[in-house]
Design a protein around this ligand. Structure first.
Ligand SMILES: [Ca+2]
Ligand SMILES: [Ca+2]
Ligand SMILES: [Ca+2]
Ligand SMILES: [Ca+2]
Length: 234
């Protein structure tokens, strides 16, 4: 009997070591918005004007939750416009991803930062704000598409440490977040950049381009925090 109890206790202790955590939310489900650059598009979208950026005008036929955010070409870049997400996690190293359409070198970035004041959320690359590039590095531009692609969170020159090329390599940089509530600001940079979903996991191996997180794990609202799953289940 003692052995059985011991095994039961051990299994409770051991199981969490294999558990990976996940959190995701719809980009259009922001908690706050500032400025007039970002708008919510329902699918099928009206034609997104990108001809001015060398891409044929196109419509977006599919999006998680039936909607996405972004700006049409012509509304202008930057503008200090932002959306803000409140979420909570457990203490861990989190790998963030965004589901994005970024069809040209002029439609492929935003700014971002965690846990800043609204007043700091500016369309500026400074010591607080990062640029999130989507196939900006020359060797990646061959990948431009009007389809959705999952991109790891990256930065051009900090303060976050993972450049776009580093994040495409074998040693991507996670975000270490403390337990509890956090915010993510996405700040407008290039018009014509579209965002459908935000996803984060403690699993460095997980690639949402290979496994749709919506089918891999039960969808959860960001306010219900995180959930675990056995890695072997993937
Ligand atoms: Ca660009
Ligand atoms: Ca543009
Ligand atoms: Ca910066
Ligand atoms: Ca969406």
């Amino acid at each position: 009997m003692r052995v059985i109890i011991l095994l039961a206790v051990l299994s409770l202790i051991v199981t969490p070591a294999f558990a990976q955590k996940y959190i995701s939310w719809e980009a259009e489900n922001f908690d706050d918005i500032n400025g007039d650059k970002f708008e919510i598009f329902d699918v099928p979208s009206d034609q997104i004007g990108t001809a001015a950026e060398g891409v044929d005008d196109y419509t977006v036929s599919e999006a998680s939750g039936g909607a996405f955010i972004g700006s049409a070409n012509g509304v202008g870049n930057d503008g200090d416009a932002w959306v803000k997400y409140n979420f909570s996690v457990e203490l861990d190293d989190w790998h963030f991803w965004g589901r994005v359409i970024a069809p040209s070198i002029s439609d492929n970035s935003c700014y971002w930062a965690f846990d800043i004041d609204d007043a700091e959320a500016l369309s500026t690359n400074n010591a607080t704000m990062n640029i999130w590039d989507f196939f900006e590095v020359e060797s990646l531009r061959v990948n431009y598409t009007t389809d959705w692609v999952w991109f790891r969170l990256n930065t051009r020159d900090g303060p976050f440490e993972g450049t776009e090329l580093v994040q495409h390599g074998d040693d991507p940089v996670p975000v270490n977040l403390s337990a509890g509530e956090h915010t993510l600001h996405i700040v407008h940079r290039e018009d014509g950049t579209l965002i459908d979903q935000i996803f984060a996991t403690t699993d460095i191996e997980f690639d949402p381009n290979e496994t749709n997180p919506q089918t891999a794990v039960e969808p959860q609202n960001k306010l219900t925090t995180t959930w675990g799953a056995l890695k072997s289940g993937f």
